[in-house]
Design a binder for this molecule. Structure first.
Ligand code: ZN
Length: 138
């Protein structure tokens, strides 16, 4: 069995953003040489997500508006977590959007459903953060 590990680094200049990381995961898959197996992609921070959905800007705007309704950033004093920090909303947004995805690898390609793409969701940006890509298979 082959095993491959890589960390992808991000420094998002805004507090929140959604980034299509599918091409980066496809590069990892090509480097791994795995033709049949699984890829795990997970955020290595508790204020960021990795999720699968459509690469459609309207939907991403809708996600951002929906998450702001669920867990508004302001006022930061509404959260008990925000003693000496201001990112309680980011922890909650990450919880809703998820930590990781697993995608099947078939014939050397990501075996997606129609329109599926992998995204990094940043909820407390403006600092360097990591995503882990782990690939196993043959
Ligand atoms: Zn925090």
């Amino acid at each position: 069995m082959k095993s491959y590990r890589k960390e992808l680094w991000f420094e998002v200049p805004t507090r929140r953003a959604f980034i299509n990381i599918t091409p980066k995961v496809e590069e990892c898959l090509a480097d791994s040489g795995v033709k049949e197996g699984l890829v795990l992609v997970n955020a290595m921070h508790i204020t960021a997500s990795v999720f699968i959905n459509d690469d459609e800007s309207g939907l991403h705007h809708d996600y951002d508006a929906w998450l702001e309704k669920l867990a508004p950033h302001e006022p930061v004093s509404q959260y008990r977590h925000n003693v000496g920090e201001d990112n309680a909303d980011a922890h909650m947004k990450r919880q809703v959007m998820g930590r990781e995805v697993v995608v099947a690898i078939t014939d050397g390609r990501l075996d997606f459903g129609t329109w599926e793409r992998i995204f990094y969701g940043e909820f407390d940006g403006r600092r360097r953060k990591r995503v882990l890509v782990k690939i196993i298979g043959e």
